[in-house]
Design a binder for this molecule. Structure first.
Ligand SMILES: [Fe+2]
Length: 323
């Protein structure tokens, strides 16, 4: 007996709420039961789905209306809570932001990133950064970094911002995942505060290599006691110098052994390093070269699937006249 199934867009579903019915995935023309009523998708799985371009789940025909009602109720409750927290004035802003989150999700499956869309993503990234910078976790970490090393604090902060933008360009619409990138961006080089400045500047120093290859782990040691940092943040910090072809450090892991969002942090990091090193050059010149450097890393440093999307969008964002 064949049963009928109906498609439910993933973006309608709140990953943290309990599902009202069994849900299925459609794989190789078959419907495979994925979760039972009462389970929730969970945020990490949800992010994984989005990243793998899974756009829908399926429910049995007879459950469809119930599931759609549930989706709308959960969504409305979520909006109401946000509005109540933020006050009536912020209502429009919140609805805009939720809409954009959905749009980012659509952008992801679209192959074409128009100038207009990139501009929109840039605005949304700025808004996200502004809000995320207010969280206590971030403020505390930034203050601690500033106290110890202003250059590292500035670099961390630039990389945090750029990681959010590149994350959005890559189609990450989940605030949770974006915030993890933001925190990892700020903290990735924290361990360098332990390396004396004369060694950081001098690759021929006998201790250079040991200290440099150890800095991702040193960063983790410093922040491991801070509360509220999810595992993904540690993972991305640990891996921010690992490369797709295995030529990175500290472990030389490769391809999909590297966490899927780590390349975003890694690209943001290398861009900022390049921009800082060439700060004497005019903006357009150094952005051109920084983006070229990203393009050259396709398949060697970074997952080729991220190309040409990321460099193309960066060109539109930072070299709009060149297009
Ligand atoms: Fe680093």
């Amino acid at each position: 007996m064949s049963e009928d199934y109906q498609e439910v867009p993933l973006k309608m579903i709140d990953p943290e709420s309990d599902l009202p019915a069994d849900v299925f995935l459609h794989i190789n023309s078959k419907y495979i039961q994925y979760l039972h009523a009462g389970d929730s998708i969970r945020i990490d799985k949800y992010d994984l789905f989005l990243n793998k371009n899974v756009k829908s789940i399926y429910v049995k025909d007879e459950d469809y209306d119930k599931v759609m009602d549930w989706c709308l109720t959960v969504r409305q409750t979520f909006r109401d809570e946000l509005v109540e927290e933020a006050g009536e004035d912020a209502k429009e802003l919140i609805e805009d932001s939720l809409e954009l989150e959905e749009e980012l999700y659509d952008v992801f499956s679209d192959q074409i990133l128009t100038q207009e869309r990139v501009e929109k993503i840039k605005t949304y990234a700025d808004e996200f950064v502004e809000k995320a910078s207010e969280q206590e976790n971030f403020q505390r970490a930034l203050a601690a970094l500033l106290k110890r090393n202003e250059t590292l604090a500035a670099h961390g902060s630039n990389v945090a911002n750029l990681s959010v933008l590149i994350g959005m360009i890559s189609g990450i619409g989940s605030k949770y995942a974006l915030n993890n990138l933001f925190m990892a961006g700020l903290l990735h080089d924290y361990g360098k505060v332990k390396i004396p400045p004369h060694i950081v500047e001098n690759p021929s120093d006998a201790n250079y290599e040991r200290l440099m290859t150890g800095h991702p782990e040193a960063s983790i040691k410093i922040i491991e006691k801070s509360e509220g940092l999810p595992e993904q943040v540690f993972k991305m910090i640990m891996e921010h110098h690992e490369y797709w072809n295995g030529s990175g450090y500290p472990r030389g892991i490769r391809e999909f052994d590297i966490y899927e969002y780590t390349p975003i942090l890694s690209i943001a990091n290398e861009i900022d390093n390049y921009l800082v090193k060439n700060r004497a050059q005019p903006d357009v010149k150094r952005w051109e070269k920084a983006i070229k450097m990203v393009e050259n890393g396709k398949g060697s440093k970074w997952n080729p699937e991220l190309f040409p999307r990321i460099p193309d969008a960066l060109k539109q964002a930072f070299l709009p006249d060149a297009n």
